[in-house]
Design a protein around this ligand. Structure first.
Ligand code: ADP
Ligand code: ZN
Length: 631
């Protein structure tokens, strides 16, 4: 659909997308690009970045060229645009030669509002020559952090994208990313030649996501407990560090009767494609994955993101957890971590081939992540602070806010723990050291003569778990390091001295017991989650209202049927927010329906009658007139 008269951005927002108002900086960004200026947009996942280039592409003459590394998602993105009645296509290696040629001809003939292109395709001489013959409205560089060599999403092709500017200086460029840190932003500006671009930095707060960190004990059991308590029938992502971790966790969850699918770079491309499609099209799949999975996944109803291993950086953690709750409805970010994670990751970094300079940055990033895990302050404040944002008050929606952490004077314990490292020659890991502190009768200890050191048996006031917590916190605080050249033994640092000499106090957090209360935090709420209906009510937000819940279920079933007919993900038809508003406001005709968020002109025409019929059928079943509305 090409707008007949030059439509204003707000008209388009309402008519095409069905949303009443712009959010945050959207309007300013759109105005800037329409006027021909460059823009760099930093907005969290779910913030609404797509509209920032889609609307200017509709307003400006010509086709909006969208560069994206996400080949596997282009089909869905284009399908979603077709649902809105827009003219869109994509070009990547998945197309057959004939199909690609047809798209190329369409581009030159001006048949598209938007064209999604993989970077390597865009940079080919052939395509650049085509662009010369076409009218281009703008270049949108999505996932712009892929230009950063520091991040794990680095794509060498992205570096060459600055040639767009050199070749077509008059065409506006808009670079977008959900990666928030300053280093990455700087790299984007430098490498893409965006010094003149106006920067739009949104708040990265995701208020609907609840952050929680638990001490790793039996991670898979803990995960299962969390899923059973809070996420029966929900779809979500479980991140593991290794491929093996992914495989084993998938098997474990399946054996427990959950619908889990694996995803990692070692699987055949076809398996990955199928599993990703199942995750997008079904609303109950748990994706167990390495970080190879997730970039650009715009499934809005991911209800949880769980980490079974510690992420390498706060950036990574924030990006991964950001995939939860794009639709703005409540979602959980759950992380299990322990001492062994730190050892593994430190080892990873030190044994890599990278330059020293690079390793230093990596260690620095890992330390920030540890700081987040060990904090006794509001987790959201720590996260936002890391990205340079102030949040005045604790959020009330993270574990440390909901269950304030107790601290204790760990000075004595720390001295014993450090001293034990020293007495045994700085060669042993935490488990061994703890056995010495507890005075365990252990042949290995005897063989080293460590049953005769002064720290043997001096730590009986704490349990093995508590000692583990002490060592973990000492490592996290930099009072102990891990010897990576050797076998991962714990060693003292410069900073341990003042503690050993009794000149420095150490306050430690008291870890909530990982047993019993399990994943913790919402035990009371968890108990009340009985059957399916109860869950549906929670999800739909119509708590305790059976009538509304039954309508909600009816509309969901209709959405699923419509989606399956066309082999589309359900959310491409309508998002949960739209369904919720339909239940709340019960439009009686197409005209009233246009006030519902997410129902633009084309969707109203396509699906309006079907949903009105469902509303009427529901009214008839409940014995009230079709034009009845809840008070
Ligand atoms: P991002 O790419 O930043 O992660 P999206 O562009 O996918 O975010 O938008 C996230 C969700 O918010 C989508 O469902 C989108 O349709 C919706 N959305 C975007 N802008 C608005 C708006 N102004 N009003 C209502 N919903 C919006
Ligand atoms: Zn908080």
């Amino acid at each position: 659909m090409t707008p007949a008269a030059p439509a204003s951005p707000l008209d388009l927002l309402r008519r095409v997308f069905g949303y009443p108002d712009f959010r945050g900086a959207q309007e300013r960004i759109i105005d800037r690009v329409i006027a021909g200026g460059d823009a760099l947009v930093l907005m969290p996942t779910g913030g609404g970045k797509s509209l920032c280039f889609q609307i200017p592409a509709l307003v400006r003459p010509g086709t909006g060229i969208v560069v994206s590394p996400l080949i596997a998602l282009m089909q869905d993105q284009v399908d979603a645009l077709h649902q809105l009645g827009l003219r869109a296509a994509f070009l990547n290696s998945s197309l057959k030669a004939g199909e690609a040629r047809a798209v190329e001809q369409g581009l030159v003939a001006g048949q598209f509002d938007l064209l999604y292109v993989a970077p390597e395709r865009l940079l080919s001489e052939r395509f650049l020559a085509l662009l010369d013959q076409s009218r281009v409205a703008l270049f949108a560089i999505d996932e712009a952090h892929c230009v950063s060599q520091w991040g794990h999403d680095f794509r060498p092709d992205y570096i060459q994208l600055n040639l767009l500017h050199e070749r077509w200086p008059q065409i506006p460029r808009i670079a977008l990313t959900a990666t928030a840190d300053g280093l990455t932003r700087q790299e984007i500006v430098e490498r893409l030649g965006l010094a003149e671009a106006e920067q739009f930095v949104s708040s990265f707060n995701r208020p609907n996501i609840r952050y929680r960190v638990v001490q790793k004990d039996q991670p898979r059991r803990q995960l299962l407990h969390f899923l059973r308590q809070e996420h029966v029938g929900d779809s979500g992502i479980v991140y593991c560090l290794s491929r093996r971790g992914v495989e084993e966790t998938t098997d474990f969850l399946r054996a427990e009767g959950l619908r889990a699918l694996p995803y990692h770079a070692g699987l055949p491309a076809e398996t990955r494609r199928q599993n990703q499609a199942a995750f997008l099209r079904d609303d109950q799949v748990i994706m167990v994955a390495t970080i190879a999975f997730g970039m650009g996944i715009d499934k809005p109803d991911v209800r949880f993101v769980a980490h079974l291993d510690l992420p390498k950086s706060v950036e990574g953690y924030y990006q991964e957890t950001g995939r939860a709750g794009r639709d703005g409805l409540p979602a959980n970010a759950w992380l299990a971590y322990g001492l062994s994670d730190m050892v593994t990751l430190r080892h990873f970094i030190d044994s890599s081939e990278a330059e020293e300079r690079f390793k230093r940055v990596e260690h620095h990033r890992l330390n920030a992540m540890l700081g987040f895990c060990e904090t006794i302050a509001c987790r959201r404040q720590v996260l936002l602070n890391y990205f340079g944002e102030e949040q005045a008050r604790p959020c009330g929606n993270c574990d440390t806010c909901l269950e304030p952490v107790q601290t204790w004077d760990g000075t004595q314990a720390a001295r014993k723990a450090l001293s034990c490292i020293f007495r045994t020659g700085m060669r042993f890991g935490a488990n061994y050291l703890i056995e010495v502190l507890l005075g365990k009768d252990n042949p290995r200890i005897k063989s080293f003569g460590h049953d005769r050191v002064s720290t043997f048996g001096i730590g009986q006031e704490l349990s093995a778990d508590e000692w583990k917590s002490v060592y973990r916190q000492l490592v996290a605080a930099g009072l102990v390091t891990v010897d990576l050249a050797g076998h991962g033994g714990l060693q003292l640092t410069e900073q341990s001295r003042p503690v050993l000499r009794g000149e420095r106090e150490v306050r430690l957090r008291r870890d909530p017991s990982s047993r019993g209360r399990g994943a913790g935090g919402r035990a009371a709420e968890g108990r009340s989650t009985g059957g399916r209906q109860e869950r549906e009510r929670r999800k739909s937000g119509f708590e305790g209202d059976l009538e509304a819940t039954s309508l909600w279920e009816r509309l969901r079933a209709l959405r699923l049927a419509l989606a399956q007919e066309q082999n589309l993900p359900p959310y491409v038809i309508f998002g949960d927010i739209t369904l919720r508003e339909l239940v709340q406001y019960r439009p009686r005709n197409l005209e009233e329906m246009s006030c519902i968020s997410g129902i633009g002109a084309v969707k109203r025409e396509r699906y309006g009658e079907a949903f009105l019929a469902a509303l009427a059928a529901h009214a008839a079943e409940h014995g009230y007139p079709a034009n009845w509305r809840p008070a």
